[in-house]
Design a protein around this ligand. Structure first.
Ligand code: HGY
Ligand code: MN
Ligand code: MN
Length: 416
């Protein structure tokens, strides 16, 4: 077996720093999909791909795909990648590390004079984070034909449809009624990502080999009551939408805690909520909120919310408040391919890096790529396991370790 590929850790770190500067200045680190800032980040990334000797294209879903040709063009390409969009005031490494480490692997292969048999794609998927349109993993979902017409009709608060936003990003939304790629179109897909949890750091391990990725169900919930004067309306006559909404949120939390004590992994969160009229002296008339439930057990995932909604609707009716819920998205739990897991573990071992096989509580584009090709993920630790916040942090060494294992795994997958 040839000696492991070396990567330029300093260059990778510089690029992480450079891309991080492309952020909304008043809310670092923010590069929301579909915004001008995001387009700036993409233009920067496209330049870096060209510098690395790659050709680039936007597919009809708005995914940016860099390609390094292989010596046997008849082979289906290998692919790696992740996303450069962020949550609001999110992290500098969530998604970005996977894209830039893929780019560094390409550069290192070129500089080592190594020509892979397979072409190698580095993909920046459009809008992995839950977007203002209410759905996440937009580019990877669309690539495999899982972005439904209903989702394409979702609107952001300003009224733009997702359909039109994808066009604005350079995609061709009309083409998304079909999968852009069929199973077998890629030889394998592998994504490097920060763990976004505390397991690796607490065990002082440098590499995680992901065994499976949680499924995520997201619901849009509207609670409707009646606006009234907060001073003159007696308690028993109120139709208080926020009071009923908060009761449902508390019940969700308590039930998730109860179920999480079981053997399967389950979490549930209401992280996004708007109230109107949102005045301190007016009884809340309307609450809109998004609930997400995650589990590695499909039956638990399916069965979690409906009974809670039922009970909350009955209780709310007693006070003249109605609760309606619509499904925004339903992602299934996903197994990572054994053969890709094995190659990641072998690559880490060849580099003298100990690795832990572990599940992912975060969702990733890899969930959709697993519908196309044997798919795997590898994690590196992040400080205190924190993510989706400005405190998200990794060390140069962690970035280098992840990139090294990614590059070595790609070489091993290439040899087959
Ligand atoms: O929400 C997630 O799991 C991912 O970080 N977007
Ligand atoms: Mn994220
Ligand atoms: Mn991510």
């Amino acid at each position: 077996m040839p000696s492991p590929l070396t990567v330029n850790a300093e260059r990778l770190w510089q690029q992480l720093e450079e891309l991080a500067q492309i952020t909304d200045p008043d809310a670092p680190w923010t590069r929301r999909a579909f915004t001008q800032r995001y387009l700036e980040g993409r233009a920067w990334l496209r330049e870096r791909m060209h510098e690395a000797g790659m050709t680039t294209r936007l597919d009809d879903a708005g995914n940016l795909i860099g390609t390094l040709p292989g010596s046997e063009p008849a082979l289906a390409p290998l692919a790696t990648g992740s996303h450069i969009d962020t949550v609001p005031s999110g992290g500098r490494y969530d998604g970005v590390l996977g894209v830039l480490a893929g780019l560094e692997a390409v550069r290192s292969l070129q500089e080592a004079g190594i020509r892979l048999r397979h072409s190698l794609e580095v993909i920046d998927f459009l809008s992995e984070e839950p977007s203002e349109y209410g759905v996440s993993c937009i580019g990877s979902r669309a690539m495999v034909g899982k972005l439904s017409p209903a989702m394409l009709d979702f609107e952001e608060p300003g009224g733009e449809r997702l359909f039109d936003a994808i066009r604005r990003m350079g995609g061709v939304p009309e083409a998304l009624s079909q999968p852009l790629r069929q199973p077998g179109a890629l030889a394998a897909f592998i994504e490097l990502h920060i763990e976004q949890g505390r397991v690796l750091e607490s065990r002082q391990l440098p590499i995680g080999v992901v065994s499976d990725i949680v499924g995520i169900h997201r619901y849009d919930i509207v609670v409707s009551g009646q606006a009234d004067h907060a001073g003159t309306t007696p308690m028993e006559l109120r139709r208080d939408a926020l009071a009923e909404a908060s009761g449902l949120i508390k019940t969700v939390q308590q039930e998730a805690r109860r179920q999480a004590e079981g053997s399967a992994y389950l979490v549930a969160t209401v992280g996004r909520l708007t109230v109107s009229p949102n005045a301190s002296n007016a009884i809340p008339e309307r609450v809109e909120m998004v609930l997400e439930v995650r589990s590695n057990d499909a039956a638990l995932l399916e069965g979690f919310f409906p009974p809670l909604l039922d009970a909350a609707q009955r209780q709310a009716e007693d006070t003249g408040v109605s609760i309606a819920a619509t499904s925004l998205s339903e992602g299934l739990p996903t197994q990572c391919a054994d053969e890709v897991q094995a190659q990641i573990a072998a690559a880490a071992d060849s580099l003298g890096l100990s690795a832990l096989t572990m599940p992912s509580g975060a969702g990733h584009d890899a969930v959709y790529m697993a519908m196309l090709a044997p798919t795997g993920m590898l994690f590196v630790p992040c400080l205190d396991g924190r993510s989706h916040c400005p405190q998200e942090s990794i060390t140069r060494q962690q970035a280098a370790d992840g990139c090294h294992v990614l590059a070595e795994t790609l070489r091993r997958l290439d040899r087959g």
